[in-house]
Design a binder for this molecule. Structure first.
Ligand code: ZN
Length: 242
């Protein structure tokens, strides 16, 4: 089975459509949260997830847009964009996104969570020491995470050594018997100095995951953001991948 893994779409419809087209044929899609917030097309992005995602979880920005998190935890630009995103939502889309859980243990092999097992909505899993602690807090072989907007992974081997890796686009990782945290990166607002949309493709037959980047029409998203009068800093950052 080929499963597309997407995270942190952030209402960037142009990036999401480009990713779905690039992914080609697939059997399932898992969405790791922060579908909305920041960007210009929250309803359209939720509609695509309603149509395609077999598994979807919530993220901190989703909760903030729904007014379920204290907006003072966000910087002024993010807060303004979250309020705007929340105001746009149709009743059906709100009803779909509101009850999403923060963590799902899919089966004996896979867990998905936005941040980390320790702090499902808030922790940025970026350093090996954090990963080591979190490896003890879930019981499947693989845990997919989002939230940091950085495409990366952590592997813990049988001697409990933790290795962090930053994949190249197109790089395929064999999932063997060791355990992993895997972050597909952000579709709609990458922050790893690569402005291209990021996603991953899990192949459960070959037991591999492929990390991908795909260029999209950033200018088109920026224009949509301008029309919605979203904060300039959020518009500019897209072209720098940060
Ligand atoms: Zn995010």
């Amino acid at each position: 089975m080929r499963i597309v893994i997407v995270s942190d779409i952030h209402s960037n419809l142009v990036a999401l459509e480009t990713v779905l087209a690039a992914a080609g044929s697939y059997d399932a899609l898992w969405c790791l949260g922060d579908t909305i917030g920041y960007g210009p097309r929250p309803n359209e992005c939720i509609a695509l997830m309603r149509q395609h995602a077999s598994i979807a979880i919530t993220g901190n920005h989703d909760l903030a847009c729904l007014d379920k998190l204290d907006l003072s935890d966000f910087n002024p630009d993010a807060r303004r964009a979250n309020i705007w995103n929340g105001q746009q939502l149709s009743a059906e889309n709100r009803a779909w996104i509101e009850p999403l859980p923060a963590l799902v243990r899919i089966d004996d092999r896979y867990t998905v969570v936005h941040g980390s097992p320790r702090e499902p909505v808030w922790e940025y899993l970026l350093m090996p020491d954090q990963a080591r602690i979190n490896f003890a807090l879930f019981d499947t072989q693989i845990c997919f995470v989002g939230h940091s907007h950085v495409q990366l992974g952590f592997e813990i081997d049988h001697s409990a050594r933790v290795r962090r890796f930053l994949p190249e686009s197109g790089q395929t990782l064999e999932l063997q018997t060791t355990r992993f945290f895997l972050n597909p990166g952000s579709v709609g607002q990458p922050r790893d100095q690569d402005a291209r949309a990021a996603y991953a493709m899990l192949d459960t037959d070959t037991n591999t995951v492929r990390f991908q980047r795909v260029a999209y029409d950033i200018g088109k998203t920026q224009q949509q953001m301008q029309e919605a009068q979203l904060p300039l800093a959020l518009i500019r950052r897209l072209e720098f991948g940060m």
